[in-house]
Design a protein around this ligand. Structure first.
Ligand SMILES: NC(=O)c1ccc[n+]([C@@H]2O[C@H](COP(=O)([O-])OP(=O)(O)OC[C@H]3O[C@@H](n4cnc5c(N)ncnc54)[C@H](OP(=O)(O)O)[C@@H]3O)[C@@H](O)[C@H]2O)c1
Length: 308
């Protein structure tokens, strides 16, 4: 099968096409023909072998993904596709099912024609694709949406609360705005001029522009502040947080759980949640997609169409 592999850390051009052996499903695994994958911001760091601005996190990343060179040559955390074959022990899925999920903790990522996914495992998730989502949309959902949901739930978001979402235009940010609205919060989004309309269209009640003047001059204090891009410093957010309020950030650990996908599916079914797709690239264009995502200004998500 065709795969996009990397055998050394570095710039997007370390990614190259190669014919590799098609994986065989174990008894607890599904063989999925991949229809779409994505380029998350985390994938960029794994390709570079470097965590921006942190030596400690870079060491941890190298311990996890390979000290001097990548241990897993096929990147790609999110996927959607169709089950082509199931192992003997699989009970939850069958051939022909439309599925999506993550490859977290698995030996192979989704930048390939096929991937083997256990029907359940500890670190990642696989589920039936919500029918209202296209394969491209489904491949953009799990990482950003589960991160936003996990962090907002940990912060104990409640109906009627006021929340400031800093970085309302990225993957985590666009999901956070929609999920916070779903929970009944009053949302103030912060993003640049070009993304004001996007944040409003996702349901933000108020949108502030971090490029124009000082958004911290807003007179309001918030029950919750969510830094969805990990770029706020304490001196900026502290005065904006109401006494007893909660600050949360994408820099905190998150978790992938099937229950989270269940909650997200309910929001999708009610028309309250939809992935924002900035651009889609062909499979051969993955390196180009990495270049774009690495600029740090994508709107929502960037996806890879394996069957364009
Ligand atoms: N904890 C976890 O497990 C976990 C999971 C997923 C993601 N993350 C982390 O969460 C962060 C966000 O991820 P993401 O995928 O959502 O990022 P992303 O989509 O790549 O973020 C891009 C967005 O950030 C905005 N942005 C860039 N600089 C900004 C600034 N100074 N102030 C406000 N907005 C700014 C950009 O808007 P403009 O063009 O308008 O600037 C753009 O829309 C990353 O650090 C990622 O690693 C953590």
């Amino acid at each position: 099968m065709k795969a996009m592999i990397y055998t050394e850390y570095g710039a997007p051009n370390v990614l190259h096409l190669k014919d590799v052996e098609k994986p065989l499903p174990q008894s607890n695994e599904l063989l999925v023909k991949v229809y779409a994958s994505s380029v998350t911001s985390g994938t960029i760091w794994i390709r570079k072998g470097e965590f921006p601005g942190s030596k400690v996190f870079t060491v941890l990343l190298r311990l996890m993904f390979g000290i001097t060179k990548p241990k897993r040559p096929i990147l790609g955390v999110e996927f959607s596709g169709i089950v082509e074959e199931v192992g003997n022990g699989v009970t939850l899925f069958k051939k022909g099912d439309e599925v999506y999920g993550t490859t977290t903790g698995l030996p192979q990522g989704s930048y390939a024609e096929y991937v083997c996914i256990p029907e359940t495992w500890k670190q990642g998730v696989v589920a039936a694709k919500p029918q209202s989502l296209t394969f491209l949309e489904a491949a953009a959902l799990p990482v950003g949406a589960m991160t936003a949901l996990h962090i907002l739930k940990k912060a104990n978001i409640q109906a009627g609360q006021t929340i400031l979402i800093y970085g309302a235009s990225g993957s985590v940010g666009t999901y956070a705005v929609q999920i916070a609205k779903y929970f009944g919060a009053k949302v103030t989004g912060v993003c640049s001029t070009a993304n004001q309309e996007l944040a409003r269209s996702l349901g933000a009640d108020v949108v502030l522009d971090y490029t124009k003047g000082d958004f911290t001059n807003c007179s309001e204090q918030f029950d919750l502040i969510f830094d969805a891009v990990g770029k706020l410093n304490k001196t900026t957010w502290k005065p904006l947080l109401r006494k007893g309020g909660t600050f949360c950030s994408v820099k905190s650990p998150t978790a992938e759980k099937s229950e989270y996908l269940g909650e997200l599916h309910a929001m999708i079914a009610q028309g309250k949640l939809k992935p924002v797709i900035d651009k889609s690239y062909a499979f051969e264009g993955i390196a180009e997609a990495h270049e774009y995502v690495e600029l740090g200004h994508k709107k929502g998500n960037v996806v890879i169409n394996h069957h364009h």
